[in-house]
Design a protein around this ligand. Structure first.
Ligand SMILES: [Zn+2]
Length: 346
């Protein structure tokens, strides 16, 4: 675990001022840039009994040992059952929720917050402070958020709350206003690429583009099984004729919906881009004949389709019925013109 270079100056500033920290921090920014690791390193460093020169954890004292083993008595990490990784491609590969199994809860519940309150009323054990990390804060359901709000309104001495958020506009404004907010930046593109190369990841440019330039997300996408699934999906929806939306929905309903949306968004983006500029951005690695596909595209329908994807993406964590969502999506995709048997030149 490390503070990534692009978050280093923020980390140093917080650790230098550790005796004057507010009682709640809100770290917000794009998913997949290392905010959770940052929060963990910050917590470990603040609890460490013998921090090194710049305030970073020593990794040797008993406090650091407890922390690394996940049982520091003055630290709590609050995440949904899914570990806050519902939409990350490696969650399934790690066996966290195999395809077909019931998905774990995506929410932080009020009972989890209440259990915290017991913890914050105990006296501290090793350090003279206790720390609660909530990741991601928008996973709190409304009752949980209200319960936390009461705590933030009457700060508990010697207790630091670290809230991490990928979508801070989804938080209650009253929670946001009770926290000291820090915007966690993305690295520059060259910094991100350099970091991926140090992780020995192949095709860093393509992965960064797929991951919206979030380097940790890009590193997870490098996983071979994910790339194989993505490639199978892209080949099928771009080449199969006639495309059968119902069969496709049934084959893909067990796959994480956010992946499908992301793949369809990259298709829509690239087809539009090819029509307008002749260049593709996301699918350049796929060896598919995109210009040929683009010829069959109905431009107005393609723009409608992009809008539809954007609407669904907002609710991707709470679909009412994945199968129905997929059927509707694939029917709309068919309208765009690629999967028709008789090519229509639109
Ligand atoms: Zn230590």
């Amino acid at each position: 675990m490390e503070i990534y270079p692009w978050h280093n100056s923020i980390g140093m500033r917080l650790l230098e001022n550790k005796s004057h920290l507010p009682h709640a921090l809100l770290l917000s920014g794009r998913k997949g840039i290392g905010k959770r690791d940052f929060g963990l390193v910050l917590a470990q460093s603040l609890l460490c009994q013998a921090p090194v020169e710049n305030g970073v954890a020593c990794n040797r004292c008993s406090s650091c040992n407890w922390f690394q083993q996940g049982n520091h008595p003055d630290f709590r990490l609050l995440e949904p059952d899914s570990g806050g990784e519902m939409n990350e491609p490696d969650a399934e590969a790690k066996g966290k929720h195999p395809a077909g199994a019931k998905k774990p809860s995506a929410f932080i519940t009020v009972s989890m917050i209440r259990a915290l309150l017991d913890f914050t009323h105990l006296s501290t054990y090793a350090a003279n402070m206790r720390i609660v990390l909530i990741h991601p804060a928008e996973a709190m359901n409304p009752q949980a958020a209200n319960s936390l709000l009461k705590t933030l309104e009457e700060p508990i001495p010697d207790t630091l709350f670290i809230l991490i958020s990928h979508q801070q506009h989804q938080l209650l404004p009253t929670i946001r206003s009770r926290c000291h907010s820090i915007a966690m930046p993305l690295p520059s593109r060259s910094e991100a690429k350099e970091w991926l190369q140090r992780q020995q990841v192949d095709h860093p440019d393509s992965l960064l583009a797929q991951a919206g330039f979030a380097p940790l997300a890009a590193a997870r996408l490098a996983e071979r099984e994910y790339q194989a699934r993505r490639h199978a999906f892209l080949s099928r929806v771009l080449q199969e004729k006639p495309l059968n939306p119902l069969a496709l929905s049934s084959d893909y309903e067990k796959i994480d919906l956010s992946w499908i949306i992301n793949w369809l968004q990259t298709i829509a983006y690239d087809l539009l881009s090819i029509k307008l500029t002749g260049k593709s951005r996301y699918l350049a690695d796929c060896a598919l004949d995109l210009p040929e596909c683009a010829k069959r595209v109905n431009l107005m329908k393609l723009i409608d389709f992009q809008n539809e994807l954007a609407v669904i993406q907002r609710h991707v964590n709470h679909p009412l019925n994945t199968r129905l969502v997929l059927e509707q999506l694939f029917l709309s995709y068919l309208e765009v013109g690629i999967g028709h048997q008789a090519a229509s030149h639109g």
